[in-house]
Structures are given as structure tokens and as C-alpha cells.
Design a protein around this ligand. Structure first.
Ligand code: MF3
Ligand code: CO
Ligand code: CO
Length: 254
């Protein structure tokens, strides 16, 4: 495994890419309403990334992915493909944005509630976001990737949620997915040591039911096998000498 250490000029480009990805999530928020199709959300994000940001939507044609964003509704864990299906009151949807600017990637996702959502959906969404930030809190030089996984696993399981194991966070830079695999479960002190200049995502996926998933015939859409609800949140994180900097932080999180 070779984890790249980014230099100051690469870090500055990653800061810009991260900020742009975060701004797409801020821009799309008022459009996530009952009745909108996920294709419409895809089109709005695509146009904003290409025309306003003069950036590239990384998912489009990535390993054959047909759209510019991922939209994962209810029991979809991740990699949902935008379609003509309309969102309805009570749905929960993850929108995952990855942009390329000046050759570097920024990757982030968040959960949106469509109209009023159930208490059990809200609880899942909140605990999953807490897992992301507990993972982020671990990030500093000298800590290990196992520390991140452990913090996430402990919080998820103590709240009786399961963690999807087939997908993980990842190094990111000139490539969409670089080393290492950032697991959302693990043991303290295990795994590679974290160093300043590393940049990677943390993107836990939690299910109300069992952790098992299947991929639909489209080759992308990952759903919970038991059809239980799933939630995911993602940030791109830079390791600094002092700790970390979240490159994809939104205004609402500052
Ligand atoms: N953005 C996803 C991630 O967090 C990857 C999506 S791959 C795609 O790693 F092809 F579906 F876009
Ligand atoms: Co990612
Ligand atoms: Co992503």
C-alpha cells in the first residue's frame, strides 16, 4: 500500500476542489423537495459544476457510471443512479458529489430529508453523521486508521445500527480512489499510521437492519439485502501537523 503525501501546492488545489464539492451540496438543498426526480437533481448539479464552477463531475463515465452525481434513496446504501423516479414525502436521500478542479478531486455527501421524515429515519441520519465526526476527530499524525474505524464502529453498534463493510473511505487526489482503504470498523492502534499531508475520505454507511447488501442488475445500485433504511455522510479530510482540516465543510457545519 502506498499512501501519497501531498505537497503545499497539491493541498491548495485539494482545498479548492473540496470547497467546490461542498458548495454543490449547498446549492442543491432547496431543490430536494417532494415531486422532483433524481434526474432533475443530477441535471442541476451537472450544469452548476460545469458552467458555474468550470469543473468536472467525476462520477460521469467513471468506470461506466452514467450520471454526474449519486442519489441513494431510502434502502439504497450508495451509488444510486439518478432516474425519472420522483422523490416523495418521507424519503431520505444521500447526494454524493465529486468534482475535479485543476486535476484534483473533492468528494463529499450528505443526507437530505424529503418533507417530514419518520423518527427512526431521523435517528439513523443523526447517528450516522455523528459517526462521521467521531471518525474525523481521530485524525491526527500518529493515530492509526484503526482508530478511525473503531470510533465509528463503537458509536454505530452501541446505537444498534450495522455498518456496511463492502465500501470504505479512500485516499483521494489526482485519482478519485487512491490508497488507503479507510474502513468504518476496526480496532484501536491497528492499521497504518496517519501522517501529515495525507488526504482521504471518511464515509460511513449505517443500516437500521443487517449490514448485508446486494448490487442491483444495473451494476451500481447497492441496497440493503433486508430492505432496511441506510444512511451515509462523507467528507474529504487533510491531515495537518496539528490534527486535521475538513476540506469539504459546508457553511452550516462551521
Ligand atoms: N463518490 C463515491 C465515493 O464516495 C464514489 C462514486 S463512484 C460512481 O467514493 F461512479 F458511482 F460515481
Ligand atoms: Co468517497
Ligand atoms: Co463520494
Amino acid at each position: 500500500m502506498s499512501i501519497t503525501i501531498k505537497n503545499e501546492s497539491e493541498i491548495n488545489k485539494m482545498r479548492i476542489a473540496g470547497k467546490l464539492a461542498a458548495e454543490v451540496l449547498e446549492m442543491i438543498k432547496p431543490f430536494v423537495l417532494p415531486g422532483v426526480t433524481t434526474n432533475e437533481l443530477d441535471q442541476i448539479c451537472h450544469d452548476y459544476i460545469v458552467s458555474d464552477q468550470q469543473a468536472i463531475p467525476a462520477p460521469l463515465n467513471y468506470r461506466g457510471f452514467p450520471k454526474s452525481i449519486c442519489t441513494s434513496v431510502n434502502q439504497t446504501i450508495c451509488h444510486g443512479i439518478p432516474s425519472e423516479k420522483r422523490l416523495k414525502k418521507g424519503d431520505i436521500v444521500n447526494i454524493d458529489i465529486t468534482v475535479i478542479k485543476d486535476e484534483y478531486h473533492g468528494d463529499t455527501s450528505k443526507m437530505f430529508c424529503v418533507g417530514k421524515t419518520s423518527q427512526h429515519a431521523n435517528r439513523l441520519i443523526n447517528i450516522t453523521q455523528e459517526c462521521l465526526f467521531l471518525g474525523i476527530e481521530q485524525v491526527k499524525p500518529g493515530a492509526t486508521f484503526g482508530d478511525i474505524g473503531h470510533a465509528i464502529q463503537k458509536h454505530a453498534e452501541s446505537n444498534r445500527y450495522s455498518i456496511v463493510r463492502e465500501f470504505c473511505g479512500h485516499g483521494i487526489g489526482k485519482k478519485f480512489h487512491e490508497d488507503p482503504h479507510v474502513m468504518h470498523f476496526g480496532k484501536k492502534g491497528e492499521g497504518e499510521v496517519i501522517e501529515a499531508g495525507m488526504i482521504f475520505t471518511i464515509e460511513p454507511m449505517l443500516n437500521i437492519g443487517k449490514r448485508h447488501m446486494k448490487v442491483l442488475k444495473d451494476g451500481w445500485t447497492a441496497v440493503t439485502k433486508d430492505r432496511s433504511l441506510s444512511a451515509q455522510w462523507e467528507h474529504t479530510i487533510l491531515v495537518t501537523p496539528e490534527g486535521h482540516e475538513v476540506l469539504t465543510l459546508r457553511q452550516e457545519e462551521k
